[in-house]
Write a protein that binds this ligand. Sequence first.
Ligand SMILES: Cc1cc2nc3c(=O)[nH]c(=O)nc-3n(C[C@H](O)[C@H](O)[C@H](O)COP(=O)(O)OP(=O)(O)OC[C@H]3O[C@@H](n4cnc5c(N)ncnc54)[C@H](O)[C@@H]3O)c2cc1C
Length: 487
Amino acid sequence: MSKTYIESPNTLPIYDECDILVVGGGAAGHSAAVAAARANPEASVILMERYGYFGGDVTGAYVLFIPTLNWRTHSLIRGNLEEWFTRLDKNAPDSYIAPPLKYVGRDNPYICKKYEIYEACVNDREEPHTPLRTIYFEPNQLKLEMDAMVQECKNLKCVLHGWGTKPITEDGRITGVIFESKAGRQVIKAKIVIDATGDGDIYSQCASFHGASSGHIDYDHRDGQMALVWRAGGVNYEAFARIRLDEPKVFRRYIEDLWEFAGYKTMFFPSGVDGIVWFNNWLLHKDCINLDDLRETEFLVRNSIRRILAYCKDTLPQCFKDAYLYDIAPQVGVRLSRRLDGVKYMTPLDSACNTAFDDVIAWTSGFGAPVEIPYSCLIPKDLDNLICPGRHLSADPVAIGGLQLIPQCVQTGQAAGVAAAVAVADGATAKTVDIKKVQKILCEEQDVPLPRQANTNKELVEELEAINYGRDFEFNKTIRQKAGLDW
Ligand SMILES: Cc1cc2nc3c(=O)[nH]c(=O)nc-3n(C[C@H](O)[C@H](O)[C@H](O)COP(=O)(O)OP(=O)(O)OC[C@H]3O[C@@H](n4cnc5c(N)ncnc54)[C@H](O)[C@@H]3O)c2cc1C
């Protein structure tokens, strides 16, 4: 048995009390706090973040790519996520690259030609090729917009450099959180807590969960893949992209060699700013709950940066001759760790059957046809007044791969915030909240398209009905057959 130390009981100061406490200010938590404050201006909201800025993986781990916010010609994922780019359009229009909304899904060869060098900005799987609402962006400009969004909400207070460490529970409900900072341990009491730490830091101590530190990590999927992203400047990305498009075999060979020289799987992508690329990486069998894995990730990638740049300069001088190390992401990137064991546990069958949920709170672009995400996969089975949006929501190791991207984290965060706001206004709990009210506010006040609502886009529904909601697509059939469910 490992050695232990018994901590003596403490009396802790109460730092503050509020209606809604959001722990973690990444894509999900930031979205939740803003949505809650806007949906109920009478409610007091606190957003606590362990670092000094918002965005988590997005702005801190430099995940600078957001895939497909449209379905065909329809802008499907909107709300707080499109707001990031509406704001950047106004304040820093050169800080992101994406086909404009008005062109997505249309048969427009000129726009396709313009964007084809940016991976996944054009749907080249079907004829005719069409532009997709896929976005590459500059993270520091986005940090400024995320700051502005929270500061505009008068009923929202931010606690930066505060690390939520322990839930306080009474009679099957969460009632607050203990947090650490330079000022020591303190308490924030709250009616509703939103755990948006991405790693279930709060729920893992009071509710059941899967994944990291539950004793089972599924290394075959995204569970055990960490990263430390870095950026290179002085790169001619277009020259590289032309090789990818014009000489796919050469491109493939180049990437395989790059992996060999790096010692791990890595690849670079545009960053939203001309001349700068980000090096994404996939370090297998790494768990962010394990301190040794965290240290190894930091050292492994930093030790390889000069080697990778030298390889790129030698082999692709037309792209990399002037390249230099631009910067290294301030935080490691964690794809997945813990996953909630929620009231609803999402599986790949939910996409394959395109399950319709009464408590749908997000309609997201999936492989082929939009997929519904229910509120109940944000709710722990065994505890009330805790909502858990973001990459640690309740889903199996396969399903989570399509539910933990930036769009779904912002979407589930926004819904969690509105649900908390409605619960506080009505004196309900996270479990008894009137979900119809939540859906109405999301759709009618917060620009979130949902199915089966008064303002649901009829054309979109007709197109979905015409393809049986994608249920007959080959990959969906295969999933159903494997589960013995085909009909
Ligand atoms: C390398 C990498 C590549 C990826 N590629 C893509 C991609 O190409 N496209 C895409 O859409 N998605 C991609 N993803 C997934 C996506 O970026 C994340 O799943 C998503 O951004 C997670 O958002 P989140 O808010 O749930 O979690 P996080 O971004 O992890 O946010 C959690 C926030 O909570 C804070 N926090 C954590 N613990 C505490 C605590 N105890 N107290 C206080 N604050 C705390 C953190 O500092 C952070 O700000 C990638 C992820 C990684 C790591």
